[in-house]
Ligand binder design. Structure first.
Ligand SMILES: NC(=O)c1ccc[n+]([C@@H]2O[C@H](COP(=O)([O-])OP(=O)(O)OC[C@H]3O[C@@H](n4cnc5c(N)ncnc54)[C@H](O)[C@@H]3O)[C@@H](O)[C@H]2O)c1
Length: 426
């Protein structure tokens, strides 16, 4: 039996030859193993890349659309049940305004198909609850993203939408400090993708979409009129809405899309948005937690032109009814189409402490208030709408004051969150 030394240093040249061959064989098998290892690493890395791509994709593009059953649901939901009715694609249908507008359209016999990505900017279970409510009224909401061009193309192939009510967006002013990309994703990239799909559709739908009062930014002339300057946004949110107004103008100009932009002023009401002050104040007051009330410079109270949801819904429907037709087809403009912008506000601003006082009265609980100077995070000190254009064009006339509107909101809140079933107020 060769010693270990012999194994390493052969005693005869012949033996050495043999060993040499053995050594080469060994070396050859080591390099084969090395190549195999490389191959395995490459396969694993590609798999991981694919997985992360799928994850990112899924976050935005849910694969829950398509197929015979899906198409049937879309067609049924889009069916019109009145003469001269419309067939409307409502984006952001699981959102606050979108769910109300969808229901109102459906109730008068229009066809409605909803679209929403159910993102978790705020509690998605509230979006699911709104979806269930809409399902009960035979409105189908597609779970998908407005950036998903394949899905949108398919959708416009299945249904000849007469109108698109575009309400999907990344809302909220302060969240832009945390997640600026989400504003670009939904309010810029998503808007362009949706407009591309609308422009390609045959016939082209008329588009009514939600801009925002935030475009008035640092404007100090009150009340805010549509012709006032809007080139001084105070937040990224406002900037993306302003960009949306310019982008929609381009699609109107080049492709003949009928466009109506609606500048909403602090919309509130039942099924509202948990990130908004009136909503989070209600939650905190009921839970016995303090609320932070911002003040402007020199302790000036902030004020908002709070607009009740039913009034905004009437404004949305009035806009849809008077939108005028898009003129293009097959991606080509055939003539000028309407381009309109309207304020949808209430015309009577209320200070935030007054709003808190109304909540205290309806909740029958005193709030623990912390007054803090407004940080420079994009909020503006006041908003106040001039609504004469919307009144002239489609008879827009808000009828609900903050007292009445918040009473309805509180009633809904207490019932939705189980305070009527014995859940106690702290
Ligand atoms: N509520 C207000 O006071 C107010 C004021 C001014 C403007 N607006 C605008 O009105 C519209 C509706 O607002 P809201 O209060 O109902 O907000 P919301 O957040 O309740 O509704 C928006 C919905 O859009 C969905 N969405 C977001 N990005 C999407 C995407 N990329 N693809 C598909 N769905 C997406 C969200 O999941 C959400 O359900 C928004 O455009 C908002 O910017 C609202």
């Amino acid at each position: 039996m060769p010693s270990l030394e012999e194994e390493l240093f052969p005693s005869t040249p012949g033996k050495f030859k043999d060993r040499n061959r053995h050594f080469h064989r060994c070396f050859a098998s080591t390099s084969t193993m090395f190549l195999w290892a490389l191959f395995l690493i490459a396969i694993t890395a590609s798999y991981l890349c694919f997985q992360s791509f799928m994850d990112t994709g899924n976050r935005y593009f849910s694969a829950t659309w398509g197929g015979h059953h899906w198409e049937k649901q879309v067609r049924t939901s889009a069916q019109i049940h009145r003469s001269n009715g419309m067939s409307v694609l409502v984006t952001g249908a699981a959102g606050f305004v979108g769910s109300h507008v969808s229901l109102a359209l459906k109730k008068r016999g229009d066809g409605v198909v909803g679209l929403d990505n159910f993102n978790n900017y705020y509690d998605p279970s509230l979006k699911k609850a709104r979806k269930n409510l809409l399902n009960n009224h035979n409105i189908f909401i597609i779970e998908g993203d407005i950036n998903d061009m394949r899905m949108l193309t398919k959708l416009f192939e299945i249904v000849r939408f007469t109108h698109v009510m575009h309400l999907a967006a990344q809302a909220g002013v302060r969240y832009a400090l945390e997640n600026p990309g989400s504003y670009v994703h939904s309010n810029i990239a998503g808007l362009v993708t949706l407009l591309e799909a609308c422009k390609n559709a045959n016939p082209q739908p008329a588009v009514v979409w939600a801009s925002s009062s935030s475009v008035y930014g640092l404007n100090e002339k009150v009340p805010f009129s549509e012709s006032d300057r809007t080139d001084q946004p105070a937040s990224l949110y406002a900037a993306t809405k302003k960009a949306g107004e310019e982008i929609t103008h381009t699609y109107n100009h080049i492709y003949g899309l009928s466009i109506t932009g609606l500048r909403f002023f602090t919309v509130y009401g039942p099924w509202g948005r948990p990130d908004m002050a009136y909503f989070s104040f209600t939650r905190n007051i009921l839970q016995g937690k303090p609320i932070t009330v911002y003040r402007g410079k020199n302790r000036v109270d902030l004020a908002r032109d709070f607009t009740y949801i039913d009034d905004v819904v009437k404004g949305c429907i009035g806009s849809l009814d008077t939108s005028g037709k898009s003129t293009g087809s097959g991606g080509k403009k055939r003539g000028p189409a309407p381009y309109r912008i309207f304020n949808l506000g209430n015309t009577s601003p209320v200070t935030v402490p007054m709003m808190v006082g109304i909540l205290e009265k309806h909740l029958k609980v005193k709030a623990k208030k912390n007054f803090v100077e407004m940080p420079g995070n994009g909020d503006v000190p006041f908003t106040h709408a001039n609504i004469s254009s919307a009144r002239k064009e489609f008879g827009y006339k808000p009828t609900t004051d903050l007292q009445t509107g918040l009473k309805k909101f509180v009633k809904w809140y207490l019932s939705y969150y189980g305070y009527n079933q014995g859940k106690s107020v702290k």
